[in-house]
Design a protein. Structure first.
Length: 170
């Protein structure tokens, strides 16, 4: 309008908007009133205090659209999909097929997705220690075999056969 004001009040304008959306077959978000210092999370459907929300300067209220817990869940799902091409259900299925344990040490719970760094193929779900050990050995099966031989007491010490000629253990 010329005076810079709307023709209708906020409540009437909101009611008219909802009526038009219903006529088009769309379902507008319901308006949920929250007490002062709290906000409603649309994903989990709960009202939480502002301390459980991340800041977002571009939003009208200065807070994120989802609470911290819901953002963490979504970030985990996005990470699995982006890096490994897995959904949370597929990862849980892999863990269940391993009876919930790391397939290498058979002691710790399996929580870290292991993959080949050359091909990107997912191999399984391991505990943190086993997954980092494989990574530190450079995904090299020969290095793992040498480490196993070392642990079994077959140290990698060449024996002198003749002057300048050494025999490596097999």
């Amino acid at each position: 309008m010329r005076d810079g004001l709307q023709a209708y009040c906020r409540e009437c304008s909101a009611a008219y908007y909802r009526q038009r959306q219903d006529a088009r077959g769309r379902k507008p978000r319901p308006r949920v009133e929250a007490p002062e210092g709290h906000k409603y999370c649309q994903r989990c459907g709960t009202i939480k205090p502002h301390s459980q929300w991340d800041r977002n300067r571009t939003a009208s209220d200065g807070l994120s659209t989802r609470c911290k817990a819901c953002r963490a869940i979504q970030a985990r799902q996005d990470h699995l999909k982006r890096h490994y091409g897995l959904t949370e259900a597929e990862r849980e299925e892999m863990v269940a097929s391993q009876v919930g344990l790391c397939v290498i040490c058979l002691k710790a719970p399996a929580v870290h997705v292991d993959h080949c760094h050359k091909t990107g193929r997912v191999r399984g779900v391991l505990c943190f220690n086993c997954n980092s050990a494989i990574g530190k050995l450079g995904d090299d099966p020969d290095a793992v075999r040498r480490a196993a031989a070392y642990l079994e007491g077959n140290a990698w010490k060449p024996t002198l056969v003749a002057p300048g000629v050494y025999q490596l253990p097999s």
